[in-house]
Ligand binder design. Structure first.
Ligand code: HEC
Length: 188
């Protein structure tokens, strides 16, 4: 009798561990699929256009793969900006050679570090925060308004699952330490 009970317990424990093993495997495959989907969306979404520093090519700046999605480089120096060229009948915006700093009626905005670096990137962000940020257009989902030309309103059109995929991909790229400056208020 006791032996039978033990056998049942043993079978139950074995069953649980097998089940956990299977679900962990399924989880890995699921994570990989999510990251792949995120890579596809980030590619199509053109995030690198602003968020990856550039190297100069024959036709102008191209994303520098070694600095993928690390944002406006902290080592850059903003060139002196000619005042009086932004306005309703003038230019709408001006950008730097990395296409990462943007001057417009809102002041100067700097493309954020989207790598999973803990201090300077999205390392400490949760997927929920990321989704809230894109749905509300507020810094980190709760703060100041996110400035142009960040197209958060286009990302807001994605489903929660797709935004989770984008976030999973961003968390899978090489973390790069790069402190992006705070935006500057308009001065012209
Ligand atoms: C046309 C340029 C441009 C493109 C394209 C772009 N961004 Fe941005 N992004 C910016 C700028 C500039 C900021 C900083 C805005 C600010 O400080 O208010 C920013 C900020 C962010 C932030 C930080 C938001 C916060 O809480 O402060 C995240 C996250 C982000 N972008 C993700 C993305 C993703 C993902 C994509 C691609 C789907 C993308 N961006 C495409 C320019 C861009």
């Amino acid at each position: 009798m006791r032996i039978r009970v033990l056998k049942v317990v043993f079978a139950a424990v074995l069953g649980v561990s097998q089940f956990q093993g299977a679900s962990a495997l399924a989880g890995d495959a699921g994570d990989q699929a999510l990251v792949k989907r995120g890579e596809y969306l980030v590619g199509f979404g053109g995030c690198s256009d602003c968020h990856t520093p550039k190297i100069m090519g024959a036709n102008g700046p191209k994303p520098d793969a070694s600095k993928l999605l690390s944002g406006y480089p902290s080592s850059s120096k903003l060139p002196e900006f000619p005042t009086g060229i932004i306005g309703p009948d003038k230019w709408g915006a001006v950008t730097d050679n990395d296409l990462a700093a943007w001057v417009g009626p809102w002041g100067v905005s700097f493309a954020a570090n989207l790598t999973p670096d803990m201090e300077t990137g999205l390392g400490a962000w949760t997927a929920d925060m990321f989704i809230k940020t894109m749905r509300t257009g507020k810094h980190m989902g709760a703060g100041r308004e996110i400035l142009p030309p960040m197209p958060w309103y286009d990302l807001a059109l994605l489903t929660d699952d797709d935004l989770k995929a984008v976030f999973a991909y961003l968390h899978s790229v090489k973390p790069i330490k790069n402190t992006v400056p705070q935006p500057m208020p308009p001065s012209m």
